[in-house]
Design a binder for this molecule. Sequence first.
Ligand code: FAD
Ligand code: NAI
Length: 466
Amino acid sequence: MSAYDLVVIGTGPGGYVCAIRAAQLGLKTAVVEKRKTLGGTCLNIGCIPSKALLHASELFDEAGHGFEQMGIKVGKPKLDLAAMMAFKDEGVDGNVKGVDFLMKKNKIDVHVGTGRIAAPGKVEVTGEAGTTTLDTKAIVIATGSEVAPLKGVTIDEQRIVSSTGALSLDKVPKKLLVVGAGVIGLELGSVWRRLGAEVEVVEFLDRIVPGIDLEVAKQFQRILQKQGFTFRLSTKVTGIDTSGSRLKATVEPAAGGDAATIDCDVALIAIGRVPYTQGLGLDTVGVALDPRGRVITDAHFATNVPGIYAIGDVIAGPMLAHKAEDEGVAVAEILAGKAGHVNYDVIPGVVYTNPELASVGKSEEDLKAAGIAYNVGKFPFTANGRAKVNRQTDGFVKILADAKTDRVLGVHILGADAGNMIAEAAVAMEFGASSEDIARTCHAHPTLPEAVKEAALAVEKRALHM
Ligand code: FAD
Ligand code: NAI
């Protein structure tokens, strides 16, 4: 008889949430984690520490520029970087301990060590105490992702860093070179720019944040440039010389051409993440991967091997914590005989810069490519009373609605607190709302979400404050 109904390998937001839901549904559940602390990339070296530094650096920046305008005289703020890092570490510690508590509360066994699937129904765990084998009816692979390497460049996490090193620098670099204008590059670039670094971003494509609605991305780039970011688009880094006291990065136009050199003190490599399946024994048991190394799953998260499932960053789809969590819940429900499901059309994404960039659903480019006729409603924060009084008028709300049915197909918000505001759009879309539904919903005044209502009114060209 199997000791467990379910063994989950990896305790990131996918794995630990899956285990909790399975335990809630009465499955005898264990997790396996090779890291000393639970919580995966997100809690230890991802979402949580980056948001702690984004929060602290934003206040530091505001104290230097915004407080005086509100009549608050505090003098020039001084940076105690070690204390800021300790603040970040405390936030991480609190969160990972929270996961320990949740495992105990839900009576989930935690096995510390590296998990390897020896056969369907058998997970070998190798830790400090040696190797043990767990018998289980089902296995969920939730091993996440790791940093994508840049050919010809070695990450030392001191001067050439991934996001992990960029979350723990011991001094503010005079110049930070960011390779990749995606989410990590712009969030962590923002942190170090606010703390005093000069930040230059090199991006292979001719635009920043690929996948985001282009009009929104262009305005986002203009705002970041106003904040001091410089961008070299359509450019690639071909090597970084580490022999001198400063780094020398060689860059070339993406399409080929003359090389140039950029001097910098630290280079952040942020060109994406790749699924992590090393040492899991997938080739032994025959679990199929796609050409990008992701575990192939069907609509029920099942791999090609019976009894083995996969969720989160290690499978296809956006590499986001809440996507991994929702998949964790869905697969646990499926294993318990219920109807677990994830709606991939309504997964919000947020870039936690200032202003924030949040979106859910389709971009204009997506709709054009799919040949779907749509109407657009836009409303700028310069016309929102609360944004004005807060002096946070950068950005706008953009709603895309089906031209025939008025159903909301995409919402994009560039603005202060956009990450919180996008939740309204996600709920509306999940319920199949029309732009008229949002426009007729009473929004409290004075609040930033009134801009969402006004953008919905603007779909029918009847915004009230513009
Ligand atoms: P992970 O969180 O990567 O967890 C996988 C776990 O499996 C790890 O703990 C690993 O040690 C363990 N593991 C791997 N192999 C084995 C093995 N063989 N045996 C035992 N254990 C194993 N997403 C957001 O939604 N919002 C954000 O703000 C955000 N910020 C981010 C900031 C940064 C700097 C980074 C790098 C990522 C960020 N992400 C964010 C992405 C988010 O962290 C991931 O999408 C999420 O962590 C994926 O969850 P997961 O459970 O699939 O895997
Ligand atoms: P990303 O995919 O967001 O961006 C990578 C960028 O690098 C792209 O713009 C790409 O065109 C560019 N690029 C690729 N190769 C390049 C090269 N050789 N030279 C120059 N540019 C190159 O990846 P990123 O920022 O590394 O983040 C990884 C993952 O982590 C993302 O999938 C994201 O979903 C997740 N994440 C989410 C966050 C959030 O939700 N707020 C925060 C941080 C990470």
